[in-house]
Design a protein around this ligand. Structure first.
Ligand code: FAD
Ligand code: NAI
Length: 467
């Protein structure tokens, strides 16, 4: 079969690229090694983790907050098995939605491992070893990533687990040690902490979510401590050993010989993900990898071969579903002769803890490093009527603006609904708004978004209205 585009990998990068390619009239095939479409994001990432985050948050509110709202429950039980079942239902509905979209757009879907025979021929090998050969003008590698599991951690998928297994635990553990205070560790750590598990996080750096603005780390640490999570910051795990019923974790203080041992029912390894290129036979296509195993691409996502592109987690940059999607669209529109672009600085990052954390643009530390002169406007959630009405008073909005021009350079939010609110900042920054522009726009009352307006007023003229 001759195709205009063959896409290897059906995650958010791959399947979105396939839809856009079909919309542009390109004959398109999508190759996926698993039976289920959607990649990490739909099957073992974004969607299932958010399903469990929502269920556990409902439980937590029922247990801790309903009484203050005047809702008295006689008994309340966290049925983790049912939560996991519901999560699986959400995943399967979402995955079948992708199958529908592939059919609707007349995209050929092939299940099997895709590998290069040469730069213009892809061999797909299914579970039974049957092979199909696809001839193509262009190929997009969208094979995603896998969790990093160092040998010393003895990853056994039973007691020493990654996010993939954590999403399937159906009996509530008493204690869980999480290695890594990054996005996965904190999101999944909060799921279990809300349900009653003792969660201990060991983080190598001096703060959690270290890639985000320092105020976000500070605010989130306070909230997660209130939830009962404990943190060993500036500590690293050097060894993990499991038995049938529990797991021992050796922890070392950074820059010191001091060590101690933690014991738990589970150890969740969440220290980052590695690009996944196994089985692709990239050497047959002349596609090169960098020292971290990522497919090397230029600013157009073109690899070292002129007809092969790569997108998403398998290349440089943030490992985010929406970043993969944008790259999929960028590549296909280029193939169709258009001239799209991505502003990587304006790809938002969100952590779906409660309060949520959401960020776009530069952090304060980056502006300092770059020597940019800036102003800061902050506004606390507790000063919002909306936040007091819902009792979600933890958090703040922080706006960084250029000292001379007032252009918004970064927006960092910790608080209820931050994940949805960050879009206002993305739109403003895409249109190169000043802090005053935001401050002069009407924000509905009472909403959490008023905190953005107030932070903008602080950044512009230090004149918030409600503090
Ligand atoms: P993937 O989604 O990893 O898809 C790659 C696909 O390629 C897989 O289906 C794989 O089976 C297939 N494949 C690999 N090799 C071959 C081959 N040789 N032949 C055929 N098929 C192959 N990001 C967010 O933006 N928001 C979130 O809330 C979020 N939550 C997350 C929660 C968790 C627990 C995890 C683990 C990740 C989360 N992410 C989130 C990250 C997000 O899932 C990834 O950034 C995203 O899935 C990357 O998309 P992708 O298309 O590059 O690759
Ligand atoms: P991460 O990179 O976010 O965090 C890993 C943390 O582990 C780092 O803070 C690092 O300092 C620490 N670490 C590394 N080795 C250690 C050791 N030996 N001992 C103690 N700490 C150690 O990686 P994570 O959380 O695994 O997530 C992987 C990717 O998945 C992220 O890049 C993220 O973009 C994506 N993701 C996105 C989500 C979202 O957008 N909401 C949700 C979940 C994942």
């Amino acid at each position: 079969m001759q195709y205009d585009v063959v896409i290897i990998g059906s995650g958010p990068g791959g399947y979105v690229a396939a839809i856009r390619a079909a919309q542009l009239g390109l004959k398109t095939a999508l190759v996926e090694k698993y039976k289920s479409l959607g990649g990490t994001c739909l099957n073992v990432g974004c969607i299932p983790s958010k399903a469990l985050l929502d269920s556990s948050e409902h439980y937590h509110n029922a247990e801790k907050n309903f009484e203050q709202h005047g809702i008295i429950l006689k008994s309340i039980v966290a049925d983790l098995a049912r939560m996991v079942e519901r999560k699986n239902e959400v995943v399967s509905q979402t995955v079948s939605g992708i199958e529908f979209l592939m059919k609707k757009n007349k995209i050929d879907v092939l299940h099997g491992i895709g590998s290069f025979k040469d730069p213009h021929n892809i061999v797909v090998t299914d579970d039974e070893g049957k092979t199909t050969e696809l001839s193509t003008k262009k190929t997009i590698i969208a094979t995603g990533s896998k969790p990093i599991t160092p040998a010393a951690f003895n990853y056994d998928k039973k007691r020493v687990i990654t996010s993939t297994e954590a999403l399937q635990i159906s009996k509530l553990p008493k204690k869980m040690v999480v290695i890594g205070g990054g996005v996965i560790g904190l999101e999944l750590g909060s799921v279990f902490a809300r349900l009653g598990t003792e969660v201990v996080v060991v983080e190598y750096l001096e703060r959690i979510i270290a890639g985000m603005d320092v105020d976000c780390s500070r605010e989130l640490t306070k909230s997660l401590k209130k939830l009962g999570m404990t943190f060993h910051l500036s500590h690293m795990v050097t060894k993990v050993q499991s038995s049938k019923t529990n797991v021992a974790i050796e922890v070392q203080k950074r820059d010191s010989d001091e060590t101690f041992e933690l014991k738990a029912d589970y150890c969740l390894v969440a220290i980052g993900r590695r690009p996944f290129t196994d089985g692709l036979d990239l050497d047959k296509a002349g596609v090169k990898l960098d020292e971290k195993g990522r497919v090397i691409v230029d600013e157009s996502c073109l690899t070292s071969h002129a007809d092969i592109y790569a997108i998403g987690d398998v290349i440089r940059g943030a490992m985010l579903a929406h970043k993969a999607e944008e790259e999929g669209i960028l590549v296909v529109e280029q193939i169709a002769g258009q001239k799209p672009h991505i502003n990587y600085n304006l790809i938002p990052g969100v952590v779906y803890t409660w309060p949520e954390v959401a960020s776009v643009g530069y952090t304060e530390d980056t502006l300092k490093e770059k020597g940019v002169e800036y102003k800061v406007g902050k506004f606390p959630y507790k000063a919002l009527g909306r936040a007091r009405a819902s009792m979600d008073i933890d958090g703040m909005v922080k706006i960084l603006a250029d000292k001379k021009t007032d252009e918004v350079l970064g927006v960092h939010i910790v608080g209820a609904r931050a994940a949805d609110m960050i879009s206002e900042a993305v739109v403003a920054m895409e249109f190169r708004a000043s802090a005053e522009d935001i401050a002069r726009m009407s924000h509905a009352h009472p909403t959490y978004t008023e905190a953005i307006k107030e932070a903008a007023l602080m950044a512009t003229e230090n004149r918030a209205l409600h503090i």
